[in-house]
Write a protein that binds this ligand. Structure first.
Ligand code: IVH
Length: 788
């Protein structure tokens, strides 16, 4: 045997011994050798590798010291988005979450097939660190990434490799070819104290809390610095996985542990919401004695089939929730209240405080939300106030200590003119349409009427317009937007499209190349999707999800612009107030002018066209009459009216005799119907809404026919496994539009089960009960047959 062969063998042996020690130390929490012995083996390996550099591999334990520094982090796209969690602050919130889960799974309390309808939840502490993704291919760590905005993160591969508890290769066997592990990088309380002490000694930067220390350490361009920081890792989930399907959350995490990944020692399975609350209390009591900081606990539906069934809402899973611990509170003095102007012109009060440390962070500002909140708190300038900070949330003023009010305390007054542009500040009016009447009340928000003439609103509007999820114009940071506005080069988003080379190159920090790059990305942004464009407009209350919904449902800018508020409320999740905001945004002449200018300057909307059937399923004449809010006519009355008269014209034209002869409508309601439609404006408005619903493709159905006439009426379907062609939500929607009910569990009464790959217990049950089963291909063919 040659010397090199000897060395190779010894190196392999040392590596596997060191890996095993690492695993016992970090994952099993059972150190097997004294630190000195570990260090001796480590140094031997280092020496051998130094003599045989050709034998060094990236997954050698010696490679955690950090390689060459980077000049910037690369970008990483998360193929499976990294989501955030909804929060529960009180026990009631958690019980609501559990109820939503059970409803989402069609498992009301006592359901026969839900095992007593107690949901199993995995429980873990919510570590206060940073979410990271670790990608393993063929068992080797090939990439580490930050969460970023959830879709795009930064490549921090070199840094995660330096974290001792992150395995460079997976242990054991059976791991899938591709495994993306998700978890938290954090710093223990002790590690944080040690680091700060060392930093203070060498004159380096100290950190406010372990979380900041972890973030600052992980986002170092020089991995050697990261390597010197006491970072730890704990995994809590997976992203992309190829070649394996997990059945339960707890089973999955335990499997990850077997493959060498550190998991929480506190992982537990709880049955039902009460057991979750017990867990929350237990961890809460032990919080101070834990080795690391946590800001709550996380509950996840244990059955992964059920997770899939519940799906997501916006950027949060419906199957998981963070139950937060109460935040820390401190006393300080309210020095002043200043007013900030936001994107929609809202003038909001901000508290300037005597700086105070709350839960490890210096706080000098806190939000006061709006003037109603100021009134509710009864706060005056000069007061001593209680400040609360919860995790990452903006600090809040909780309460005034009135006993400490100084004699010279001053009331908080809303400025009459905008502090930025000098325009008038007006109190918003709330419009409530109820029972056929519009009532106005004072809103809690004050608005600067200056709109895009107000530099503050203009800047925010443009920052929003160019942001990644909106028009996605690269290279237009906040500072540049400020210059563009301050120099008068841009007075509306449309002006971005007339910027010239000469104008941009003059800006601070611009040269030839950067100017050309910016102009190119502005030009590239000219072809947004309809959804992005709607989102970019910054309509109050219209976030990304609502923008997507509007685009998908209505299919064209023109229809969205013209949609009546009542018609908009037919869209899922669009309530009266949002509908009103959308409608009044497009009614506004100034907004219309900006849109026209954008289109005139070459912005061309993509994927405009088809209407979607999203309206179709749920519309009945009864529901429609109910939406008109005729005084004294409740939902059943509206339904009875619809059944009796069949059409809107029938109802409008109904005379006294017709109405008197009608059952299911009391005297007062009858009179009210007559009075309501006797007013021409009410009849006209109802006709206009109906006409637009028709224009927008609604299939107007009379009451009973809606369900009874549909091909799958009376049937109950179950979806299980993975569907490739369409999401479960879409499949469910389509089935419902054909009249079927979609249930979460299989029984003898189930009409049919659609089983995709990975189907498990439900498929087995269907087979056992002899329930009809079809695969996705057959399902799609069936839908096609019905034109759904
Ligand atoms: S699950 C879809 N589990 O909390 C599930 N997150 O608010 C998403 N976090 O970005 C995350 N401990 O950084 C999960 N046991 C835990 C966690 C945890 C801490 C963080 C994580 C995430 C944030 C979501």
């Amino acid at each position: 045997m040659t010397d090199a062969q000897n060395a190779a063998e010894r190196i392999a042996a040392l590596r596997s011994e060191l890996d095993a020690h690492n695993y016992r130390y970090y994952v099993l929490d059972e150190p097997s050798v004294p630190d000195a012995e570990y260090d001796r083996l480590f140094r031997e390996l280092q020496a051998l590798e130094a003599d045989h550099p050709e034998l060094v591999t990236p997954d050698s334990p010696t490679q955690r010291v950090g390689g060459a520094a980077l000049s910037a982090f690369g970008e990483v796209r998360h193929e499976v988005p990294m989501l955030s969690l909804g929060n529960a602050f009180e026990e009631g919130d958690l019980l609501d979450f559990d109820r939503r889960v059970r409803e989402g799974l069609d498992l009301p309390a006592g359901d026969l097939f839900g095992g007593g309808a107690e949901i199993g939840y995995s429980c873990e502490p919510k570590l206060d660190g940073l979410a990271v993704s670790l990608l393993y291919e063929q068992g080797r760590l090939v990439r580490g990434a930050t969460r970023g905005d959830g879709s795009m993160g930064e490549d921090i591969s070199a840094n995660v490799r330096t974290i001792r508890s992150v395995p460079l290769k997976l242990q054991g066997k059976g791991w899938p070819a591709v495994l993306e592990v998700r978890g938290e990088v954090f710093m223990s309380k002790a590690g944080f104290e040690r680091l700060n002490a060392a930093q203070a000694e060498t004159g380096g930067k100290t950190f406010a809390n372990p979380r900041n220390a972890a973030a600052g350490s992980l986002r170092q361009l020089d991995p050697k610095i990261t390597a010197s920081r006491p970072l730890e890792f704990c995994c809590y989930g997976v992203g992309r996985v190829e070649g394996i399907v997990f059945a339960t959350q707890v089973g999955m995490i335990e499997q990850l542990r077997e493959w060498g990944l550190p998991i929480s020692r506190e992982l537990k399975l709880a049955k039902g919401a009460e057991a979750c609350l017990d867990y929350y209390r237990d961890i809460g009591e032990r919080r101070a004695s834990l080795a690391y900081e946590i800001d709550g606990v996380v509950f996840k539906v244990n059955d992964i089939g059920q997770q899939r069934e519940l799906g997501f809402r916006a950027r949060e899973p419906r199957w998981a929730i963070a139950h937060k611990f109460p935040a820390s509170e401190e006393l300080t003095e309210l020095l002043d209240v200043e007013f900030q102007v936001g994107r929609t012109g809202a003038v909001t009060p901000v508290a300037r405080l005597r700086p105070v440390k709350v839960a490890g962070v210096m706080v000098a500002n806190a939000t006061l939300h709006n003037m109603d909140e100021v009134a509710r708190l009864g706060v005056m300038i000069g007061d001593t106030v209680i400040i609360r900070r919860a995790g990452d949330v903006i600090p809040q003023v909780m309460q005034v200590v009135t006993e400490r009010r100084p004699a010279d305390a001053r009331p908080v007054e809303v400025p009459q003119c905008c502090p930025v542009c000098g325009s008038a500040v007006e109190r918003t009016q709330l419009v409530k349409r109820s029972k056929g009447k519009e009532t106005f009340s004072e809103g809690s928000v004050y608005r600067c009427v200056g709109r895009l003439a107000c530099a503050a609103q203009l800047k925010q509007a443009i920052i929003h317009f160019v942001s990644r999820r909106a028009m996605d114009i690269d290279g237009l940071g906040d500072k540049i937007v400020e210059q563009l506005v301050d120099k008068g080069l841009v007075a509306s988003p449309a002006d971005l499209y007339t910027l010239t080379y000469e104008q941009v190159v003059e800006l601070e920090g611009f040269a030839e190349l950067s100017t050309n790059n910016l102009l190119a990305s502005i030009a590239e942004s000219r072809t947004p999707t309809l959804a992005r464009f709607i989102y970019a407009l910054g309509i109050p209350d219209v976030g990304e999800e609502t923008a997507k919904l509007l685009a998908r449902a209505l299919g064209s800018l023109e229809r969205i612009e013209q949609a009546l508020p009542e018609v908009l409320t037919y869209l899922p999740d669009v309530g009266g107030e949002v509908a009103y905001e959308i409608h009044s945004f497009f009614e506004d002449a100034h907004n219309r002018a900006v849109i026209e200018q954008l289109l005139a300057r070459g912005v061309e909307l993509q994927d405009q066209g088809e209407l979607h059937a999203e309206f179709a399923a749920s519309t009945t004449l009864g529901g429609f009459l109910d939406k008109l809010n005729i005084p004294f006519v409740a939902a059943t009355g509206a339904k009875n009216l619809a059944e009796r008269f069949q059409t809107l014209e029938g109802v409008i034209g109904a005379d006294w005799l017709d109405l008197s002869a009608m059952k299911g409508l009391n005297e007062k309601a009858r009179q009210s119907v007559r009075e309501f439609f006797a007013k021409p404006e009410n009849a006209e408005r109802a006709r206009a809404i109906e006409a637009q619903l028709r224009d927008f493709g609604m299939h107007w159905q009379s009451e009973k026919k809606v369900v009874e006439g549909l091909p799958l009426a009376g049937q109950t379907w179950v979806l299980t496994g993975t569907l490739d062609v369409m999401s479960r939500d879409v499949a469910k929607e389509k089935l419902e539009s054909l009249g079927a009910k979609v249930a979460g569990s299989v029984s003898a009464k189930t009409s049919c089960v659609v089983a995709g790959p990975g189907a498990g217990s439900k498929l087995a049950k269907a087979n056992e009960l002899g329930v009809k089963v079809m695969d996705e291909q057959a399902f799609v063919a069936l839908l096609d047959g019905y034109g759904a």
